[in-house]
Design a protein around this ligand. Structure first.
Ligand SMILES: CC(C)(COP(=O)(O)OP(=O)(O)OC[C@H]1O[C@@H](n2cnc3c(N)ncnc32)[C@H](O)[C@@H]1OP(=O)(O)O)[C@@H](O)C(=O)NCCC(=O)NCCS
Length: 204
């Protein structure tokens, strides 16, 4: 079926990453809301994420999530001088083209415009299979390649989430520090682990 002209642009582009085991990283589509709710409606997911992503996570929350991803005002221009096409920061992690998770980066503002923050999640049915390691390990170089102005990528992990720290360590992030008592989550104070990676060419 021919695509509607309103749906042209990155939404209909081929996946940005084609990985093993029928995993792709691709732009979100409005039709992903149901599968996002299926895999994102998990209290442990909420515990390890920001409160802006709610629990329970319903189809309407999936729709809001996708709306943020498709909000072109939040996209970042690619290229050496920020003059290339604007691209989304949020992408679906898909298995057989079904969204089972999400990976995203957000560039900072003002003097932090050349740093980005990374976030990701995968539905519980797919944990422990090395998928996050593969996806994050390929997504980070893609960001550096597509947005040459971005020079570092940081990630913040709740100190009760060893799995995510392990993923970051396996793909080459450095553990920078722990900010004790930095977050208030689920009615409790907890620490925040800061991880970072500098664009590799800058370190040579
Ligand atoms: C964290 C998360 C992305 C990991 O995804 P995953 O695909 O299961 O990760 P991988 O299979 O690539 O695992 C990477 C390593 O972490 C380890 N690991 C994964 N989950 C773990 C856990 N809960 N506790 C300890 N280690 C864990 C794996 O054993 C593996 O180590 P190994 O290679 O030595 O065996 C996934 O559990 C998730 O989405 N959690 C909820 C949301 C979240 O925490 N997002 C990150 C916010 S910063």
């Amino acid at each position: 079926m021919a695509s509607h002209p309103c749906e042209s642009g990155p939404t209909n582009e081929p996946p940005i990453l084609i990985l093993s085991r029928d995993i792709t990283v691709r732009a979100f589509r409005k039709t992903d809301a149901e599968s996002l709710a299926k895999y994102g409606n998990d209290r442990e997911m909420w515990l390890n994420g920001p409160d802006v992503v709610p629990y329970p996570f319903l189809v309407t929350d999936g729709q809001e999530y996708i709306k943020r991803a498709l909000d072109t005002s939040k996209w970042l221009q690619s290229g050496d001088s920020w003059a290339g096409p604007a691209r989304p920061g949020m992408y679906a992690i898909a298995k057989n083209d079904v969204a089972i998770g999400s990976i995203e980066f957000w560039a900072g503002e003002d003097i932090r415009a050349r740093s980005a923050n990374l976030g990701y999640w995968i539905g519980r049915d797919y944990w422990g299979q090395g998928i996050a390691t593969e996806v994050v390990g390929e997504f980070v170089p893609w960001v550096f390649k597509t947005f040459p102005k971005i020079v570092r990528i940081d990630a913040e992990v709740h100190d009760f989430n060893p799995g995510s720290g392990k993923v970051l360590s396996k793909v080459g992030f450095t553990h920078l520090t722990t900010l004790d008592y930095a977050i208030w989550k689920d009615g409790k104070l907890a620490g925040l682990e800061l991880w970072g990676m500098v664009r590799p060419e800058l370190l040579r």
